[in-house]
Write a protein that binds this ligand. Structure first.
Ligand SMILES: [Cu+2]
Length: 168
């Protein structure tokens, strides 16, 4: 332990006497590049306003039903539950395409204590808490790889609520 610390100090000290000035002028150039990268990420924040409408299980739905984001985006989905009926409790769960039917039974198993989200399932990419009628909830996540995904509501009996999430 001590020996390796000595070696580290000796190595670092060896460079400093001759290289302190030139190196300090090179570092800012590197930092500027990193800052640019951060700015690009900020520019890629996409805020999605998603609503749930309808007052019965026959007409409840997401609006819009299709969301498209650019690859590499930081995505913020704000789900606004516009319903008034007490049974209209909804969430937004982003899943891999074609896996909704696999996720539903697991959501029931997860139960109300887990907001009806089987959080350890590998097909779930992002999810919000449940929104009661009149409530808004949100989730932030990095857009997954380019492709087509599905978003669903995992509240029991709400399997008819579906949308398409496209990353391109
Ligand atoms: Cu729902």
């Amino acid at each position: 332990m001590f020996a390796s610390m000595l070696a580290f100090v000796a190595c670092g000290g060896g460079e400093q006497p001759t290289a302190t000035e030139p190196e300090s002028t090179e570092y800012p150039a590197t930092e500027v590049v990193e800052e640019d990268a951060v700015e690009d990420e900020d520019a890629g924040v996409v805020e999605i306003q998603l609503r749930t409408v309808g007052e019965t299980m026959a007409d409840m739905e997401f609006s819009p039903k299709q969301i498209k984001v650019a690859a590499g985006s930081s995505v913020v989905v704000i789900l606004e539950n516009e319903a008034e009926a007490a049974a209209m409790i909804h969430n937004f769960v982003l899943v891999n395409r074609g896996t909704a039917d696999e996720v539903y039974p697991l959501a029931i198993e997860a139960g109300p204590d887990n907001n009806y989200v089987p959080t350890d399932n590998e097909n779930i990419i992002a999810y919000t808490p449940m929104a009661n009628p009149g409530e808004s909830v949100k989730v932030e996540f990095d857009a997954p790889e380019p492709g087509i995904y599905q978003f669903i509501c995992t509240y029991p009996g709400h399997a008819s609520m579906k949308g398409i999430f496209v990353v391109e």
